[in-house]
Design a protein around this ligand. Structure first.
Ligand SMILES: Cc1ncc(C[n+]2csc(CCOP(=O)(O)OP(=O)(O)O)c2C)c(N)n1
Ligand SMILES: CC(=O)[C@@H](O)[C@H](O)COP(=O)(O)O
Ligand SMILES: [Mg+2]
Length: 630
């Protein structure tokens, strides 16, 4: 069957299509995205919500000279299809394949990378100022969702760009969903905007336009825009910030999108915000009718929408966290949970099912979430601030300034520690060990398996003398049996998991299983190896480390984190106590000093040089070259 999509090799091809053909193209594009994502998995719901918007933006604007910047970028699959990457969609989020987000190195149509939310308006402002300073760039268009615009960074950008008054475009993609239903006053405000008389007036005007012949329709549209503009100019918050506000418009009505975008592009002198109402998962019933709108899906059967099961039999670390915290909270009414728009991703949805009034979703607002938790702790409660490692980076100054410096007992549940797989480099939980162990007063733990996680949550709940953090990997655990009750760990004490000699493998966190495999490989070479689980990167177990250093020829530290973390802390200690002055050979095995693109986690750790084979080879090599005792 003749397909317009087959004829599209670049957005410039859209300029040859009529408005009706653009609408047809959108329909074809939607089917294409559904088919593609059914084979790869990925962020389907948000992509389906912007199919018409994507076609209209590329049809009206002159990309790539005009810079189209997608916030988060998880909704960029239609964009990728239209910008020459349709053939590559089968490699989406896979090793060597297309990124799941926008990425500068992937395409000239991706002027700015994303994945962490709420960055698009700031970036667009950068392109705008550069244009005005003579750089060869066109208009900047930021497409930001209703969830993402709840982050403070978005207001920093609106505040700055609105005041400067430079011509730029912000498309507010309002589908009334974040990953979970949206929270916050802004969400209510935007829903109000979309539901007011303004929207009814808009809809009424559009109905009239549809029955009028060509020239009259344009006049009617212009009249509608003037009237709704007048009504809207009661001062939406965006106008108060210096933006012309247009909308709310139907983000699935191609003729409306085209006329509004063409008109705005022709007329705009300053910053414009177009409020676009869409449906997350639009056009695919299993997505539209699901609670999470198929935000992030595994491979699925198109006909039924049934997703392929992961096949894992152990519970995920996330589930263990949610269940354990809930169990502890039954006996401790001071325990509360804080999430930044990710209740299901962190497992706090489990906690909320039992303690709805003790779980707080602050929206995509990690900075606020951390200091909110500090306020809770200062008031005597026991806040568990559950934020993925990568997103916790957003709240670092708050951890330093509001938590550690004041020595407040905030508990940080750090999921997705280490390499995370399909989400790639933007979501790697690589840096939290380093940025947390640098802080005075902070206790830093890492769970080697899900049983250890139970002990660490229990220990954190009881730790009231200052901040404490525990990190754990994405995905299912090791399958160890999970204790009914967690033990109280002694702060700063590690454990010998496998006694040995000559070579000591000191693991911190989720790589313990790999260290044990490495010990087997080392033993097969006739060398004995000790395996220890540090449990704590701060405070270090000085007695354990000294003992290992004094009774072995080689000490290898292993962590699922970047340089400057656990291994560095151990090296500080060994150097400062003179334990490096003798015959001991020390190697610290970390993630390499580069970003690692998406692949299966095991493949990513292989790329990082952190497999059992790598560990064994490093240890045996060190033994061979270990300084000779004098
Ligand atoms: C700083 C940060 N925190 C959390 C996330 C996780 N996250 C990805 S998409 C999303 C929801 C985005 O909602 P919205 O902007 O409305 O986009 P939609 O999915 O509705 O299209 C969240 C919380 C993130 N990417 N970045
Ligand atoms: C786009 C985004 O940032 C989130 O959807 C993220 O991909 C979730 O990660 P998990 O799949 O590890 O929960
Ligand atoms: Mg949304």
């Amino acid at each position: 069957m003749h397909s317009l999509l087959d004829e599209i090799t670049a957005p410039s091809d859209l300029k040859t299509l009529s408005d009706q053909q653009l609408a047809q193209l959108a329909d074809e594009l939607r089917v294409d995205v559904i088919e593609a994502v059914s084979r790869t998995g990925g962020h389907l719901g948000s992509s389906l919500g912007v199919v018409e918007l994507t076609v209209a933006l590329h049809a009206v604007f002159d990309t790539p000279k005009d810079k189209l910047i997608w916030d988060v970028g998880h909704q960029c699959y239609p964009h990728k299809v239209l910008t020459g990457r349709r053939a590559g969609m089968g490699t989406l989020r896979q090793e060597g394949g297309l990124s799941g987000f926008t990425k500068r190195s992937e395409s000239p149509y991706d002027p700015f990378g994303a994945a962490h939310s709420s960055t698009s308006i700031s970036a667009a402002h950068g392109f705008t100022v550069a244009r005005d300073l003579g750089q060869d760039t066109g208009d900047a268009i930021a497409v930001i969702g209703d969830g993402s615009i709840s982050a403070g960074m978005a207001y920093e950008a609106l505040n700055n760009a609105g005041a400067e008054g430079r011509r730029m475009f912000v498309i507010l993609n309002d589908n009334e969903m974040s990953i979970a239903p949206p929270v916050g006053a802004m969400s209510k405000y935007m829903s109000g905007l979309a539901g007011t008389a303004l929207a009814q007036l808009n809809a009424f005007g559009q109905d009239i336009e549809t029955v009028l012949p060509g020239p009259m329709r344009d006049h009617a549209r212009r009249a509608r825009e003037l009237v709704t503009g007048a009504v809207a100019s009661q001062g939406t918050i965006f106008e108060e910030l210096g933006f012309e506000y247009i909308g709310p418009i139907d983000g699935h009505d191609m003729s409306q999108l085209l006329s509004v975008l063409r008109s705005a592009r022709t007329r705009a002198k300053g910053p414009v915000l177009i409020h676009c109402c869409t449906v997350k998962g639009k056009g695919y019933a299993p997505a539209e009718t699901s609670a999470d709108k198929y935000h992030g899906v595994a491979k699925f059967d198109v006909a039924s929408g049934a997703q392929m099961k992961s096949g894992a039999n152990a519970p995920s670390y996330t589930t263990v966290f949610g269940q354990t915290l809930t169990q502890l909270a039954e006996k401790d009414s001071k325990i509360v949970g804080i999430t930044a728009a990710m209740p299901s991703g962190t497992g706090l949805d489990i906690f909320a099912q039992r303690f709805a009034d003790r779980m707080f979703d602050v929206g995509i607002a990690e900075q606020h979430g951390v200091t909110f938790a500090a306020g809770l702790a200062a008031s005597g409660l026991k806040p568990f601030c559950a934020i993925y490692s990568t997103f916790l980076q957003r709240g670092y100054d708050q951890i330093v300034h509001d938590v550690a410096l004041q020595n407040l007992p905030v508990r940080f549940a750090i999921d997705r520690a280490g390499l995370v797989g399909a989400d790639g480099a933007t979501h790697a939980g690589a840096f939290d060990i380093g940025f947390l162990t640098a802080l005075p007063n902070m206790v830093v733990m890492a769970a080697a398996d899900e049983a250890e996680l139970v002990h660490m949550i229990t220990t954190a709940a009881a730790h009231d003398t200052g901040p404490i953090a525990f990190r754990y990997p994405r995905g299912t655990g090791t399958g160890v049996s999970i204790p009914q009750e967690g033990e109280l760990l002694q702060i700063g004490k590690g454990r010998i998991v496998r006694p040995g000699a000559e070579i000591a493998l000191l693991s911190f966190g989720g790589h313990l299983a790999e260290a044990l495999k490495a010990a087997d490989l080392i033993s097969a070479q006739g060398v004995d190896a000790t395996v220890a689980d540090a449990r704590f990167a701060k405070p270090l177990d000085h007695a354990l480390i000294s003992k290992l250093a004094k009774t072995h020829k080689v000490l290898i530290t292993i962590e699922q984190g970047a340089q400057g973390g656990f291994g560095a802390m151990v090296l500080h200690y060994l150097a400062d106590t003179g334990l490096l002055d003798g015959p001991l050979a020390v190697r610290s095995m970390t993630l390499p000093d580069r970003f690692i693109d998406q692949a299966a986690p095991d493949a990513m750790y292989a790329d990082a040089g952190l497999t059992a084979t790598d560990i064994a080879a490093t240890a045996l090599q060190a033994l061979k070259r270990a300084p000779v005792s004098v």
